[in-house]
Design a protein around this ligand. Structure first.
Ligand code: MET
Ligand code: ZN
Length: 770
């Protein structure tokens, strides 16, 4: 390498790619529908990338100094890495051209499935609410450089006048996040293919270098996690091998290894001993490391601006941390976001309905870039040069901590008075008997997870109501009509436990945020959840309480329409926290108990109104699990307790359900058991019921509904396919425990596929009942 370019003093690890107004979602979905061509989609995407680069430079990043990350993705960054290295699952090999490359349409097909071909699985990306597509790797996977899209995007930036920094998931994390392919032999580990994968990364790096890239960013959050399926020594050995080999190649850009979401711990000395030039440290979630040999030759990139959360934070603390980092004695120090900013919305100034006071406490992606630019100036010119910004940040923080609503004495008194009894229901056996008498359900009871398709009609009616075009009475009548239809449909299909379909909910957390005190909701605060799906996390800024019942009227109305039991639907405390941006001025456990008490009030009112089954969804229980083993017990303790606090007031005869949206049941089985819900539904269809083996092995003895319909895909499962899944479940779990349900809510699906799928589920269930 000739005179290496220094690492930029201020940078971010990644930027939201969906567009301020979700332009990418619209374009991709239009492409799926056939309304626009691949070329048109590529054009819209190129425009988005160009606008992002321009904006980041305006906000203060160095446009020619590799400060702008080239972190765009059409769908998912892990899927991008998979198609880059030629890791097409065997069932999709028909999508490959002669060179083993898949085109844009093929890329989406791998993500979404087609006909008989199930899509790749999706699972949570570290401890975030982002989901990635799980690569499938086997002994036969033919790694080769199959896509140079990243090189093309770099060249596109150069043509625009910028020198950017290409970003790709690093080889170790890529394999750690992969699962063994279907035809891999028992016990096969994707990480065992590292030696075959590294030459592809080397080739990609060479191609980037040839295109002029000064720096490349390899994302390796796999190195901070202790929760992936390999032991630590194996991970460290892999990291050492990967970065020694890639580092020792001379024909490459400089390598920046990004390690967001927690501390690198013992992986830092390993990286420090290789030839990589820069390493990021998450100094928001993780802590300052000790000096380790090798660092004197590296740039340490201090992730001091929280990429996970929306608070403005304390700029002085950030500056202090950078100073302490400088004290370690590395070759150089730079400032960055702690993680990619893909986890926060675009712009606080895009929120017309938030008060100026609340806005002054917040920083979304644009504001965070501004903070980083400020801190970078401080690093170069000294703290005096940013004293005004430091003072403004301190004033905003002081204002926030003293604001009314942040401390509500009534809420505080209630959590302070809690005793052990408040967290426990009666004996399970007594509950089973009371519920059997009250509910009179058949064997293998069927139900859904709660939501029915959110049709264009529903969205339009909601928008008209929000705009004031229709009155509240008209809107409510529209919703009641919708519920009547959904109830009639469920009765016709023959489901046993009915739901109202959640048409009144724009989002399963936001709806609660709108009805609780202590929250605000955003207008444009979209954050990508997976693929083209984005959510608007609510802002939990104050003490939480429930001023009045809000789900009761809907559930009671629904129950009035049918003889079958209707399930009341609530979102659990952990999920409300996980999918909101939560205040960072007190322990999460305290906030969780406040939310739990608000829900407990709602459950008491639902029971009072005659609702005999209440589901408290906790799809995010696994997601907040800390990446470090040492932190997990404490988390599981408070999270499980908050769920118990929300449900423990229910009578024995009231059947409490919970729903978790993932299939890695094994990891949190003890916690799931400790939730003590009467019935738990989980995801299982996509992984062909793998999870039932864990359930059996764990001796789990409460009701369990492993999903038989993958709602992430438009595919309608056949009766035969569902029957096979049910048979697998019944092979492992006593029939008396088993419930039959889809993997998750139906809100993203259309009516045609939903009706067909539920009809097939009932047909398969009837056959299984015999
Ligand atoms: C992401 S979990 C979804 C649960 C919710 N009750 C629904 O059906 O939509
Ligand atoms: Zn779910």
């Amino acid at each position: 390498m000739s005179t290496p370019a220094p690492f930029p003093t201020g940078t971010i690890l990644g930027y939201p790619r969906i567009g301020r107004r979700r332009e990418l979602k619209r374009a991709v979905e239009s492409f799926w529908k056939g309304d626009i061509t691949a070329a048109e989609l590529e054009r819209v995407s190129a425009e988005l990338r160009a606008a992002t680069r321009d904006r980041l430079v305006e906000l203060g990043l160095d446009g020619r100094g590799s400060a702008i990350p080239e972190s765009f993705s059409y769908y998912d960054q892990v899927l991008d890495a998979a198609v880059t290295v030629g890791a097409t699952p065997a069932r999709f090999s028909y999508l490959e051209d002669a060179e083993g490359a898949v085109d844009l349409a093929g890329y989406f097909t791998i993500a979404r499935g087609e006909g008989e071909h199930l899509p790749v699985e999706m699972t949570k990306w570290f401890d975030t609410n982002y989901h990635y597509s799980v690569p499938e790797i086997g002994p036969e996977t033919n790694f080769h450089l199959a896509s140079t899209r990243l090189v093309a995007q770099y060249a596109e930036a150069v043509a625009q006048g910028y020198v950017t920094r290409p970003v790709i998931v690093g080889p170790v994390t890529f394999l750690l996040l992969s699962k063994a392919s279907e035809d891999a032999p028992e016990g096969f580990r994707p990480l065992s293919r590292l030696a075959d994968l590294l030459p592809v990364y080397r080739e990609l790096l060479r191609a980037l270098r040839a295109a002029g890239a000064e720096w490349v960013q390899l994302d390796e959050p796999g190195l901070v996690s202790e929760s992936l399926n390999e032991d630590r020594l194996t991970v460290l050995t892999a990291a050492e091998k990967a970065y020694r080999e890639l580092g020792d190649d001379t024909d490459r850009p400089q390598i920046f290894v990004a390690a967001p979401y927690a501390s690198l711990d013992d992986a830092l000395p390993v990286l420090a001993g290789t030839a990589v030039e820069a390493i990021s440290l998450d100094l928001v979630r993780g802590s300052l490391p000790e000096f380790t040999p090798g660092l004197e030759a590296k740039t340490l990139v201090g992730g001091v601006v929280d990429g996970h959360n929306v608070w403005r934070g304390d700029l002085t603390v950030a500056a202090d941390t950078l100073e302490a980092l400088r004290g370690l004695g590395s070759g150089a120090v730079a400032v960055a976001s702690s993680t990619s900013l893909q986890h926060v919305p675009h712009d606080v100034n895009d929120e017309p309905y938030l008060s100026d006071q609340l806005k002054s406490w917040l920083a979304f992606a644009e504001q965070k870039v501004g903070q980083i630019a400020t801190l970078a100036t401080g690093l170069v010119n000294g703290r005096g040069s940013i004293s005004a910004e430091l003072a403004a940040s301190a004033a905003a923080l002081a204002d926030r901590l003293a604001a009314p609503g942040v401390h509500d004495p009534v809420v505080r008194a209630r959590t302070a008075a809690l005793t052990a009894d408040d967290f426990s229901r009666g004996e399970y056996a007594a509950r089973v008997a009371a519920q059997a008498a009250a509910l009179n359900l058949p064997d293998l009871p069927t139900t859904t997870i709660g939501s029915f398709p959110q049709t264009g009609d529903i969205r339009r009616a909601r928008a008209s109501f929000v705009r004031g075009d229709i009155t509240e009475a008209q809107y409510n009548e529209f919703l009641r009509e919708e519920i009547r239809r959904v109830v009639a449909l469920q009765e016709e299909i023959g489901l046993d436990v009915l739901v109202h379909g959640e048409p009144e909910r724009n989002d399963m957390v936001q709806y609660f945020a709108e009805n609780f005190d202590g929250f605000d909701v955003t207008q444009n605060g979209w954050v990508q959840s997976y693929g083209t799906r984005a959510t608007r996390p609510s802002l939990l800024w104050g003490d939480v309480s429930r001023p009045a019942p809000f789900t009761v009227e809907w559930s009671a109305f629904t129950q009035s329409l049918t003889e079958k039991p209707v399930k009341g639907m609530l979102t659990g405390p952990v999920t409300i926290l996980a999918w909101s941006f939560v205040r960072d001025d007190q322990p999460l456990a305290e906030t969780a108990n406040q939310v739990a008490l608000a829900l407990r009030d709602e459950i008491a009112d639902l029971e009072e109104a005659g609702i005999g089954i209440i589901q408290v969804d906790e799809p995010a229980l696994r997601e907040l699990l800390p990446l470090k083993v040492a932190d997990q017990a404490d988390y599981l303790d408070w999270s499980v307790n908050s769920f118990r606090l929300s449900t423990a007031g229910a009578a024995d005869a009231t059947q409490i359900h919970t729903h978790l949206c993932y299939s890695e049941f094994g990891v949190v089985i003890d916690a799931i058991r400790a939730l003590d819900a009467d019935v738990t539904s989980i995801e299982a269809a996509r992984s062909k019921m793998e999870v039932v083996h864990d359930i059996k092995a764990s001796g789990f003895d409460h009701g369990i509904g492993p999903g038989v319909y993958d709602i992430h895909s438009p595919r309608v499962p056949s009766v035969a396919e569902i029957s096979e899944l049910i048979a697998t479940a019944l092979g492992e779990i006593p029939a008396s425990q088993v419930w039959i349900n889809p993997d998750c809510g139906l809100k993203t699906r259309g009516y045609e596929e939903t009706t067909a799928s539920l009809t097939n589920i009932l047909e398969a269930t009837r056959a299984a009942r015999g």
